[in-house]
Ligand binder design. Structure first.
Ligand code: GLU
Length: 420
């Protein structure tokens, strides 16, 4: 996808709007519109054929007023410094809104991981973590998975850190494999949380999610578990897409069967029981009750917002809707459950994993899942109530309420510390 929209510009616009809404001073914008620290590293990696390739990578630490930086690392061929900065800012708001003791951070390596062998990927991952090891740590900055990274990559990160620091610090990364202090629930957490958030808003709008039609754009970890959980809750998932295209069946798709086909053939488009194939653009414009963008930034823009027919958009991806598009959606009465609320399940579960590591492994999976669900319910209600009671809902969407709560908490922490 070409970068017509700069996510950092979008993130700054959202911050500006919130500062105006809350009546805060210019110094707040000055402090929060730029990350506290941005580290760029170049990583020479020996490839299997003996040549050396140099990769460029970043870690952005946006704000630490509430605690150590926390957020994932993405491997993507088009990632860049501005994208990573925007994602780290969104993590600050996400962590704040969820009531976690974390600031916001994010990392990225510009690479197409599908083109590397497992050995090359291991050497690249360890080189990255070694290069950023001075600024991360269980009480400094705690990375986790994001787009195209997974528990195996976290295991390599942990190992690289252990070698540099000569000790075992399990809590330096989350989203780890179970053998290394990870938790089962972390795998499903983002998509599961998105479904819980969608269900809570659906209860307010329609009395429940049962029988409601859903389209899911993007079928990675977040998209798959969102579709699966919504299906289990009784919603009807009628369309699913990935980077190669989408499929549609008005009678409903089985998310597990679709996932199996994607795993076996490389894409959902090979699913035999679809009545129609769709482009990603067509999927976004379908006549459904709920649309779940679960891929990357800037897919709902001023170019297509007018054509969106869903009544409710629940953002499993980070930054899928531009501010210009949101203004159009709000005017049309389409409700947006924003990313910093709807996809917080991942980092909420990361926090439980981090606490568990520091307690020497005490929390059961059952306890973890019920805590995650409860937190998603509480957060959704908190944002909904703020939106309904404190804002003009014809002018502001749920994002404005989520941002108001999140930015306010960070600002209060900064005041207490004497930063502003
Ligand atoms: N990458 C995920 C996100 O965007 C999870 C971050 C984490 O668990 O620290 O929220």
């Amino acid at each position: 996808m070409t970068m017509v929209h700069d996510p950092y510009e979008e993130a700054k616009k959202q911050l500006r709007q919130t500062i105006e809404l809350l009546g805060l001073g210019e110094e707040v914008y000055e402090v929060l519109s730029v990350p506290e620290r941005l580290l760029q590293v170049r990583l020479p990696v020996k490839m299997d054929d003996g040549t050396v390739k140099v990769f460029i990578a970043w870690r952005s630490q946006h704000n630490s007023a509430l605690g150590p930086y926390k957020g994932g690392v993405r491997y993507h061929p088009e990632t860049n410094a501005h994208e990573v900065i925007a994602l780290s800012m969104w993590m600050t708001w996400k962590n704040s809104l969820a009531g976690l003791p974390y600031g916001g951070g994010k990392g990225g390596i510009r690479v197409d991981p599908h083109k590397l062998s497992p050995g090359e990927l291991e050497r690249l991952s360890k080189a990255y973590f070694e290069a950023i090891s001075d600024i991360v740590g269980p009480d400094q900055d705690i990375p986790a998975p994001d787009v195209y990274t997974n528990p195996q990559v976290m295991a390599w990160f942990l190992d690289a850190y252990s070698r540099v620091k000569r000790g075992q610090y399990l809590a330096v990364v989350t989203g780890k494999p179970l053998e290394l202090g990870g938790m089962q629930t972390r795998i499903i957490a983002t998509g599961y949380g998105t479904a819980v958030s969608a269900r809570e808003v659906a209860k307010k709008l329609w009395g429940g999610i049962e029988g409601k039609t859903v389209a899911v754009q993007g079928y990675g970890n977040a998209g798959y578990y969102a579709a699966k959980t919504l299906h289990e809750m009784g919603a009807k998932v009628v369309a699913i897409s990935d980077s190669k295209g989408g499929i549609y069946n008005p009678d409903g798709l089985d998310p597990d069967e679709v996932k199996k086909v994607k795993n076996e053939t490389g894409s959902v488009i090979n699913y035999p029981k679809a009545v129609k194939k769709l482009t990603n653009e067509e999927l976004l414009e379908l006549e459904v009750d709920v649309l779940v963008p679960a891929a990357i930034e800037n897919v709902i823009t001023e170019a297509n917002a007018d054509k969106i027919k869903a009544k409710l958009i629940v953002e499993a991806a980070n930054g899928p809707t531009t501010p210009e598009a949101e203004a159009i959606l709000t005017k049309k009465g389409i409700i947006v459950v924003p990313d910093i609320l709807a996809n917080a399940g991942g980092v909420i579960m990361s926090h439980i994993e981090w606490v568990n590591n520091r307690m020497g492994g005490w929390i059961t999976e059952e306890e973890a899942k019920s805590r995650l669900e409860q937190k998603m319910i509480n957060n959704t209600i908190k944002v909904w109530d703020y939106w309904q009671k404190k804002l003009d809902t014809s002018k502001y969407n749920m994002r404005a309420a989520a941002y108001a709560i999140a930015v306010d908490r960070v600002v209060r922490a900064m005041k207490l510390r004497g930063w502003i």
